[in-house]
Design a protein around this ligand. Sequence first.
Ligand SMILES: Cc1cc2nc3c(=O)[nH]c(=O)nc-3n(C[C@H](O)[C@H](O)[C@H](O)COP(=O)(O)O)c2cc1C
Length: 197
Amino acid sequence: MSVSAHGASPIAQIGEWLKEAEKKEALEPAAMSVATVDADGRPSLRMVLLRGIDERGLVFYTNLGSRKAADIRVNPYVALCLHWKSMTRQVRVEGRASQVSDAEADAYFASRPRDSQIGAWASKQSQVLEGRFALEARVAKYAARHAIGTVPRPDFWSGFRVVPEHVEFWEDRPFRLHERTVWDLVDGVWQSHKLYP
Ligand SMILES: Cc1cc2nc3c(=O)[nH]c(=O)nc-3n(C[C@H](O)[C@H](O)[C@H](O)COP(=O)(O)O)c2cc1C
């Protein structure tokens, strides 16, 4: 296995692929799956939207009462997968998730449309819903409560930053001889190698 050390990190390349996807992918180019594992070692998977990416990691936002948030509390190791059909590319990320700062979550929440902010207040995400009416009643309640002025961020709603330790880029090539490039963080330095398809 040939291994090369880089001063760079793979995060910049994820950002570049994402920028290309924003031009080419018709719907939700920032959609990614997040796999978590619960206290019994059982995995679960769902889609979220990638809402921030920089050298610190990849950020998504969610309800802290959700199943994914409960899993992360007992096991911070998660896996992400981005797939762009228009570009026949996939990125896999593995790493540790940690909650973003209140200031960061506040800033993102403030940027959301008002109806989405009210929706965040109204949703007891992943809890049993008695019926559609119960949800609509909660939307009406919080819309009335926050009728005037800015809508504050609920303390049960925040973001998680996934700090990558392992990244794989996959690109389609003819005859299934695909290109796979893996990056591993070893003693704080990113190293990369190729894999057979
Ligand atoms: C394309 C797409 C994007 C989504 N984005 C988010 C998101 O950013 N945050 C979120 O909490 N749920 C998002 N969801 C809903 C989740 O997939 C999931 O239903 C919800 O978060 C509850 O998951 P949990 O019970 O496993 O925690 C999205 C769903 C889809 C299909």
